[in-house]
Design a protein around this ligand. Structure first.
Ligand code: COA
Ligand code: ADP
Length: 598
């Protein structure tokens, strides 16, 4: 095992919680390479997922602990893992783990797993994962606060920035599941008939493990990877009991370690097939810990998707499941709901920027993932290093960036308005027609929550679009355009973070395209606002221009017009005017207060 980098952590002694020195710390990367031996494999002569999870957890924990600094961390959670390939005996598994971002007591570690065939000199990607580790409290019970991580490369900056968004989804995960499961529409899927089915009870597994020192760290806390391995073991037995074959584990859903476990605990592991679809089944596992005395403690619940492959590697059709009478019906239905979440997360969250199709249908159940996608696409665009300055007028700068088939532009200037105020003013999209001539109307359709809003924007049919407008420009046929936009706003997650207002198109069944308007689409646009002093901020507007926008922006880039400049000035005036109004209102309030006091 090799390690690079230094410690990220420092212990705080006196206070219950206190930030420690914020010396810059380089993100550390750890690599573990293992040759897969028969003792690591299953009956198909492939690396068992339980063993892989132990190696992943160990590598990630070492990366989190800064490559050897003795401040212990425990696994708090693991995001969805999709296994793309299996690894055979004799091949090498390479696991790279790197801290993406430290928050307060927790940090996100990104993990890449690849397989190497030594004889063919070929490499495959097996999976990637994100684990969250939390520092253990000191012996006096104080929290240990992490030093900030400082990204250097573009890749590090992207991961650092998007980590804040992934953390948000993680923290909302339980609520999303509860919401979805309580959503009547999802729970109407048909139960199965009694005929050609297997009783779920037949797949039920109950097993116990004793936590020994070899299963725990030097603080006697059970390794998260060990618990995961035990959970995979019982889940695999349950899946085999349904299929009467050796199943392959494809996906493990995001899960959380709810409480710690120590050496001496007995771990009670229970698994059952919750539902079987045509070619895949969901197995649920619950892990509880107990001592000789005292109640059982809930440690973890996880949901895993298995498939069965025949000798040619083709998917086999699975028997249907007949839910057991007590909890079975509910779990059967909930497995259907989770299948939807799994697909939404896989295809909306994991998609690379620009890959998510335009105008994904919005609905309350995929809202969190679309909003994640919206904000992270803008953060990724902003983190790119290859922006080129192409024109500047009175310190309003126009940058461009060319990537494969897209041209993105960014307009930026410092404004004499505090960042939080500029953020509030720009996030109020309904005000935009007042300063952007290319927004004819902007109506709020739905306030999703405090951070996310759906708007319908109408833009005039003009050939001179403007920076900041989502217009597809150059129509010139007298037909107005409309856009259905998801606007997601985020406050900074740490010092040095900008405020973010992200915009992207979605489609809404309540607002279909009509004959009177051309329906336009925005791939990725929005503002970042960075505080530069207590009174000033750097406002940047970004737009990943669709091919229709390019002819418009190219006139500015070629120096034939400077509409970007005029639009930004208008925006700046709007911000300044309202900042001043707000200041005078504050002053009035203060004067009133003073006169009352007198
Ligand atoms: N996913 C990711 N991070 C999470 C999380 C989750 N589901 N739940 C909490 N956290 C993070 C919080 O964001 C916070 O991070 P921050 O300080 O950087 O903001 C940190 O954990 C502590 O949160 P807090 O609310 O103070 O603690 P909690 O009471 O929710 O406990 C754990 C969180 C993880 C510490 C606790 O559940 C635990 O001890 N779990 C067992 C961990 C363990 O022993 N694992 C090994 C295998 S058993
Ligand atoms: P839920 O019942 O809401 O799914 P739990 O945390 O109680 O949540 O359980 C998680 C999963 O573990 C269940 O969906 C089920 O698949 C499995 N499980 C729980 N209890 C048992 C049990 N007694 N026997 C077999 N499997 C169980």
């Amino acid at each position: 095992m090799s390690s690079r980098g230094s410690g990220d952590l420092e212990e705080e002694e006196e206070e219950d919680e206190e930030s420690v020195s914020s010396t810059e710390v380089k993100m550390s990367q750890i690599v573990m390479s293992q040759i897969v031996m028969p003792c690591h494999s299953n009956h198909r002569q492939e690396l068992s997922v339980g063993q892989l999870l132990q190696w992943i957890d160990c590598t990630a924990c070492l990366a989190g602990e800064g490559g050897g600094v003795c401040v212990p961390c425990v696994t708090a959670s693991m995001d969805d893992i999709h296994f793309e390939h299996t690894i055979s005996v004799g091949q090498v598994v390479n696991i790279k783990a790197k801290v993406n971002r430290a928050f307060n007591t927790s940090m996100e570690v990104g993990i890449q797993v690849s397989c190497e065939d030594l004889f063919l000199d070929r490499h495959w990607r097996v999976c990637h994962a994100y684990a969250t580790f939390v520092t253990q409290r000191t012996h006096t019970g104080n929290k240990v606060i992490l030093k900030p991580t400082v990204p250097h490369t573009e890749k590090e900056q992207v991961e650092y920035s998007v980590a804040a968004e992934r953390r948000r989804v993680r923290m909302l995960h339980d609520d999303i599941i509860k919401d979805l499961l309580s959503h009547g529409a999802v729970l109407q899927a048909n139960s199965c008939a009694a005929g050609d089915t297997v009783a779920a009870e037949k797949t039920s597994v109950e097993s116990v493990e004793l936590v020994l020192p070899t299963h725990a760290n030097h603080q006697v806390n059970t390794f998260g990877g060990q618990i995961m391995a035990w959970m995979v073991n019982v889940a695999t037995i349950a899946a085999s009991r349904l299929s009467r074959a050796h199943p392959t584990l494809r996906t493990i859903d995001m899960f959380t370690f709810r409480g710690p476990s120590q050496v001496g605990d007995r771990l009670l592991l229970r698994a059952i097939v919750n539902n079987a679809f045509k070619n895949s089944m969901e197995v649920g596992v619950r892990a509880e810990a107990y001592q000789e005395e005292g109640p059982n403690r809930h440690i973890n619940s996880a949901f895993m998707t298995f498939e069965v492959l025949d000798d040619q590697g083709k998917l086999c059709t699975l028997p249907r499941i007949r839910p057991e009478p007590l909890e079975g019906g509910r779990r059967f239905q909930e497995a259907i709901a989770r299948k939807k979440i799994r697909l939404d997360r896989k295809y909306i969250i994991s998609c690379k920027q620009g890959v998510v199709p335009l105008s994904v249908p919005w609905d309350p159940r995929n809202q969190v993932y679309l909003s994640y996608n919206n904000v992270s696409a803008l953060r990724v665009l902003a983190a790119r290093k290859n922006w080129r300055l192409c024109s500047e007028k009175d310190q309003v700068r126009l940058y461009t960036m060319e990537q494969k088939s897209t041209l993105s532009f960014r307009v930026e200037s410092e404004v004499d308005v505090p960042a939080h105020r500029a953020f509030d003013l720009l996030a109020e999209l309904s005000n935009r027609p007042g300063w952007d001539t290319h927004y004819q109307t902007c109506d709020l359709i739905h306030r999703v929550d405090d951070d996310d809003f759906l708007y319908r924007v109408v833009t005039p049919s003009v050939s001179d679009g403007a920076v900041g407008s989502p217009t597809s420009a150059h129509r010139g046929d007298g037909v107005l355009q409309d856009f259905i936009l998801l606007a997601s706003k985020r406050r900074p997650c740490g010092s040095g973070d900008p405020y973010v207002i992200a915009l992207r198109s979605v489609s809404l069944p309540t607002h279909p395209p009509t004959e009177d308007f051309h329906r336009g689409e925005v791939l990725c646009a929005g503002f970042t606002i960075l505080q530069t002093s207590s009174r000033k901020s750097l406002v940047s507007y970004y737009n990943q221009a669709s091919p229709e926008v390019v002819p418009y922006i190219s006139t500015d880039i070629a120096g034939l017009s400077s509409s970007f400049y005029h639009n930004f000035c208008s925006c700046s005036r709007y911000l300044t005017r309202n900042r001043l109004q707000s200041a005078s209102e504050e002053q009035e309030e203060q004067e009133e207060q003073t006169s009352c006091d007198v």
